[in-house]
Design a protein around this ligand. Structure first.
Ligand code: SF4
Length: 265
């Protein structure tokens, strides 16, 4: 029998898709690959989603979180070029959970996105994209979340743009600054991973070209905030040059789409 699986990342698009599909596919299995390094807000959001769905979201990786694989990889923190984390903490647990059963995998890519979704190479998994098929864009996703009462992910209140590990190397410099201000304890824990790699003695850093110790210096944090405000102002000016039809027709997607699709969809 074909199974129907929807993987939640803790992000808004997969949450909206779960809400959208609740009454359309009642036999849906909801999963969440828990790295055990998620933000506390993500765990809280998952509970909110479970309440709405009236179903438990199955947690994968209950035993083997990030630190297990960090040790297996010799204490080398992942990066865009060394993305063992996505492979071992997201893809593999998903494929293990699926096994050999025929599966339809529901993916929350929107109609206004150009990103490619995760297509498993396993022949028994077929990915489907309900939002793209039904032409749903960013404004529709917001509406689904707000109308349901589930709301946007709570970490967006303090300016974090994506779900995933609190130390994810995909976060922008400004998000590191916000993490430091909002969750200083998590920032310290992220910092503790920046130690000499046993294979070479090199120190790998989460953020490009600087360690978190350098980034957290008050003058550096102020400079990052200033740069961010400048970029935002330039973006606003560009938007003002656009027609209203482009803005309200959702041709403009006001968010950073870079990063790990599997972890932040
Ligand atoms: S959120 Fe970032 S650090 Fe965590 S598994 Fe995904 S890519 Fe890796």
């Amino acid at each position: 029998m074909t199974r129907h699986i929807l993987s939640l990342s803790g992000g808004k698009d997969s949450a909206a898709l779960a809400i959208y599909m609740r009454d359309r596919v009642t036999e849906m299995e909801y999963i969440f690959s828990d790295t055990r390094k998620e933000l506390p807000e993500t765990y809280e959001y998952l509970e909110r989603i479970e309440d709405y769905l009236g179903k438990r979201v199955h947690r994968l990786n209950a035993e083997l979180g990030f630190d297990h694989w960090y040790d297996v990889y010799g204490g080398m923190i992942p990066s865009n070029h060394r993305r063992w984390c996505t492979k071992m903490l997201k893809l593999k647990p998903f494929e293990d959970f699926v096994g050999e059963d025929p599966v339809i995998n529901y993916v929350g890519l929107r109609a206004d996105e150009k990103r490619a979704g995760y297509i498993s190479h396993k022949p028994n998994i077929t990915a489907v994209y309900p939002f793209q098929n039904d032409g749903l864009k960013l404004a529709d996703i917001r509406e689904i979340l707000l109308d349901s009462g589930v709301g946007l992910p709570p970490y967006t209140k303090w300016g974090r743009t994506r779900s995933g590990c609190f130390f994810c190397f995909y976060q922008q410099k400004i998000e590191w600054v916000r993490l430091k201000e909002e969750h200083p304890d998590l920032f310290e824990r992220a910092k503790a991973y920046e130690r000499p790699y046993e294979g070479s003695g090199n120190i790998f850093t989460w953020s490009e070209r600087e360690s978190l110790t350098e980034l957290e210096q008050p003058e550096r944090m102020e400079a990052i905030k200033r740069e961010y405000e400048l970029r935002k102002a330039r973006k606003r000016e560009r938007r003002e040059d656009l027609t209203l039809a482009q803005v309200f027709g959702n041709e403009v997607v006001d968010e950073d789409e870079s990063g790990c699709l599997i972890c932040s969809l």
